[in-house]
Every structure is written in structure tokens, then in C-alpha cells.
Design a binder for this molecule. Sequence first.
Ligand code: 5U1
Length: 690
Amino acid sequence: MNKTSSDTSGAAEKSGNSSISAKDRVEALCDLLNEYSHQYHVLDDPSVSDAEYDSLFIELQSLESQDSKLIRPDSPTQRVGAPPLEGFEQVTHEVAMLSLNNAFSFDELVDFDRRVRERLEYSEKKSVSYMAEPKLDGLAISLRYEHGVFVQGATRGDGKTGENVTENLRTISMIPLRLRTQKPPEVLEVRGEIFMDSQSFADVNKAQSDAGLKLFVNPRNAAAGTLRQLDSRKTAQRRLSIYVYSLGALHGSDAPLTHKETLDWLATLGFPINPEAKLCGGPKACYRYYEALLKRRQKLAYDIDGIVFKVNDLLEQKELGFISRAPRWAIAQKFPAEEATTQLIDIDFQVGRTGALTPVARLEPVFVGGVTVSNATLHNMDEIERKDVRPGDTVVVRRAGDVIPEVARPVLEQRKKGARKVVMPCQCPVCGSPVIRADIDVVARCSGGMVCDAQRREGIKHFASRRAMDVDGLGDKLVEQLFDAELITNAADLYALTLDPLAALPGLAKKSASNLLDSLQKSKVTTLARFIFSLGIREVGETSAASLAEHFGSLDVLMAADVEALLAVDDIGPVASASIRDFFGNDNNRQVVQQLIAYGVQFPIQEKVSVEPVLEGNTYVLTGTLSEMTRDEAKAKLQQLGAKVSGSVSKKTTAVFAGDSPGSKVTKAESLGVEVLDEAALINLIGPCH
Ligand code: 5U1
């Protein structure tokens, strides 16, 4: 409370009566302090000094400490955090939390408006009003109030179920612990975004640095780490903020008629609403709002990654409905990628699982798109040639959303004299084997195979990954650690790991080591298709692995198959068949496969079920996160029924199945008039996958 007011007589009047009971005094202090907190944190208009607030707060604390029965759930003293939790409980959202489809251009926004008006059967002349709000780069949460009192706060999770973070949210001063109304609804759920403003982010990272701790990469990560603290006292020490933007469940009160009225109502109840929210009369006005905010983006006190436009009229919203868990009445128009210039120190070559050498730019660290970037991909030699990027150049680095940062172009005017082009090394930078670029191959590769540490390391990462053997808890970093400690040299060694050496690794407690051994044990039972994919044979992706498993039905038969037999398999051409033959012709690879089988890796034979190809001739696209099955499982099932599953939407697409957070494929489908269906329709078509 840092603004001193000249008139605090109201506070003195309410607080100065010594003849009232302790209970009444506590009541009066709670109400008064909550009012002051609202003025300061939500309205940004404090009426008392920090000192006055603190003295009333101490008085309240003292009265409560004498009789804990007097502590009200909305007492400001309850914001300081509670003892640590063991973990977060799951919370089922009474009303699902929605996600948003994205637009990336004005055309897409116009398309969105056209679809809205078409669905509402409006004439060309009738326009739709939209509420525009900045899209904060934070974490969506839901706040639940029963009879006016804050009782529960949860993260979005998968939209249906989130984590109970009530204690942490209680510490955020901008969140009212009691609604500012005499007639609260029985139940009110409010949705909004938790974020950390730029100043608080700088403060938090300064504190991390002073304490010798790891810095947060951006405000969003810092907010997420703070919100998911099991010890809410730690959350209380960092300043999180919130703006709310919609309703969830509402019982015992009429809902407003427009989105604007909803925001106004929420403001009267004590919630912070983004002051930038504005009503726009159509797509052109929306775009003007977007452009104006894009210009002011850097001046805002917090990070935003776009603008959300919502149909203002709630009856229109109802008529438009949802597709999957994204409303047809809202869209997020994303800001373009951010760019920054920095120095390109050097270009290194990274060796991947298949020996491919990828050039990586080592950069003077630069803050771009919300993170500090010190490495960026250059994709391949052709790309370097095309962009004419040279070590020592000043370069433009680009980062969009969560996409890997890339070097966009050199600043040629600033090129130093004598800057030399980079050349592909003749020898592998890891193992020294010759680097070869075959005529048919666009990339240069290390010829070291299993001699090369980099290829073996990457091969093990691939083997353990989710879509391969799916070893829970064995991420890339842990594979690196195991490899560096010489506990593993190939995938089969994973199954020979034992507790003690694992638990001795830095940062791996005994419990985690034991969990990892359990996961490894569990991963041994898999399908033949996954196993073939996990071997990391060049040119054999998930689809061809599934075709090979289906065709040969057994690993022994596959290992013995000659090129001709391999060419008879769907999806397997001459390059893949040669690669498969090379792989199984190599003694080292055969030995690893045999070891894996000896350690108990198995794929209970899948009976060849002859399924009628009832979906033959249909092409589907899957997008977003499905809750009852993975996309891979859905894809396999659709293919089993004869359908094609494509990665992109075209006019030929039969339908798009959209799960949670579906992205731009839904927008594209709607613009092409392709049907968009939800997960329930998918299950209806193919049945459950488990
Ligand atoms: N400003 C704002 N952000 N945001 C995020 N509004 C908004 N609305 C959202 C989300 C996920 O969902 C609505 C569709 C309720």
C-alpha cells in the first residue's frame, strides 16, 4: 500500500472503537482490510498508507491468534500460505475449461467472422460485435465461490480435470476471497489467466541468481513454477497477478446477456479485468485493435502473445456452440514471430541418431520471443548456403511461440571483411569417422554407425521415447547422464540397470531410481510395431513399422526377410528395404536385438484380426489432444478399418477429428467446408481403443 492518502478518517472511525467485542472487531478489520486490498491490487487506487494497512493487519493477526475460531475464510491473514502439501489433488471442472482456435492473419480473422455470420444465418449487412482482450501468456485457472466465499481454485489441466491449487491462489492479492456483494450466487466459477508481470519476473530471477539457483526462462515458466509450488508460503513470496475473462458454473443468479456485461459484473464482484478489453464492431475494428496493441506490446507490463476476440452477445455464443473444447464464438489472433539481432559466434555440427550432421548456430545470448536464446537451428547446409550465414555475422534470430528458434538471415551491411563460409567437416566431430553424403541423400552423415557415441546416445533416447518403448521417466537428460556415467552403451543395457548405481547418480533419489526400474520393467511388454520403430532403423517411421509388423507378424521372419520380401510390404520402397536389410545384416544390431529379447522384451503375438475395411476411401485428419486414446492409437484404428489418415487438411479430407487445443487445422477445415467432429464422434466411428 505505497500511496499515502491524506484522509484515512474512515478507517480510523471503523477501527477505533475499543468497546466492541473481539468478534465484531475481527469482522470489521477483515472487511476493511479486504476493501483496502481491493483498492490497491485491483483498482490500483489505494486510499491508505502501507503503515496504516500494516498496523490494522497486525491487530487482526493478534485477535485471531487469541481465538482461532474467529478466523474467517476470507481473512487477509489467510493469504500468507499454508504448510506444504504432499501433492495436488485432481479437481473435476463442473463446466469444462475451453481452449481457443488460432488465427495468424487478417484473412483468417475475416474468415472467422464469415463463419460466425453464416452459422447465425445473418445477411451480408448484419454485423457481429466482438469483445477484444489481450491474450496473456500465462496459465488458465478456475476460481470457485460458494455463497460468495472462495472455496476452490484449479488449473485447467486437460480442460475436464485440473489440479487443486487453492492454497496457492489464496495467496494472490488480486483474487477476492469473498465476493463484493450482499447477494452472492450459490455457486460462481470464474475463469482467468494467472501471470507474472515483467517487474516481478525480473525480481524473481534476481532472487534466484542471488541464491545461486537456476533462472526461469520466461515469465510464463516462472508463473507456472510459482503456481505449482507444493508449499504455498513460497507462492506467497512471489507476486503473481490475474485477469479474469469468463464464467464457468453459475447457480442461483441470472447470467448477463453479453460478454461485456459479464466482465462489468465480475468487476463489481471484485475481480480484476484487463483494462485493455474493448468492444469492436466487426473484423475491421478488431484488426485495428490488434494492430494498435501489437505496437504497444513492449510497453505493457506483462507478456501477451496475441488478442482474443469473442462474440459479445451470449445468445449468439450459445447458438454457435463448440467444436471439441474450443468455442466457435472465439478466436485468438496470434502475434507474429519476434525477431532480435545478435552475433553468430560459430556454427557447430550436431550428430543425430541416424548420423545426420545438423548445423547449429552458437549465438551471443539474446532475449527474443520471451526466452534467452543461445543456440538456433540452421537446418542443413543448403539452408546455410541459401541464407549465406557466416560465423562472425550479425544475424537476425526469430522465435514464434514454442517453435525452436532459428537464424532468419544475416545483416549483410554489418558483415566483417574476410568472413568465411562454413564447410561441412570431412570427419565426424564426435567419433572422427568419415562424413559421407550419398547422392540420393540430402544430408551428410557420419559413417561411424554404432562406433559413434552421438548416434548411440540418440538411438537410446529414441528407443525410450513415448512413441517407441515408452519408458516413463526416462527423458533425454537422464539418458545423457546414464551414458556419461557409462552405465549404458546401447538400448539393451537399460534393462541391465540396477538400483544402487542408479541411485548414486547426482539428482536421482532412490525413489526415482526405483520408479525408473519399474517403468523399464513395464516397457518390456509392447507391440511388435512399437519394437520395430524403437530400433531406430533409418527410413522406418511409425507407419512403416506398423506395416512391417502386420506383414511379417514375427520379428524372426522380419530379420530374415530379403530385399524382395521387404519390397512386398505396403509403404516399403527400395530405400527403406535396403536400410532394413543393412540394419539386420549388421552383427552389432542383431546382438542388441537378441539381448533385448533375452532381457524379456516381448510383444504378445497380435492375432491377425481380419477387419472389414469399412472406412476405405475415407481420409481423416486428427488434431488436438484426445482424452480417451492417443492420436497414434486412433490413427492405427482408423487405418485398420481401411481409412487414410493425413497430416493436413484439404478439400479431399472426409472429416477432421478435433481433440483438445486443436490448433489451425480446425480453422482450415471450417474454411474449406470440411466437417469437424469431436472425440465422441470418433469413438462412435471406431470404438474405444482400450
Ligand atoms: N483474454 C482471454 N484469454 N483467454 C483465454 N480470454 C480468453 N478466453 C479463453 C482463453 C482460453 O477461453 C474462452 C473461450 C473462455
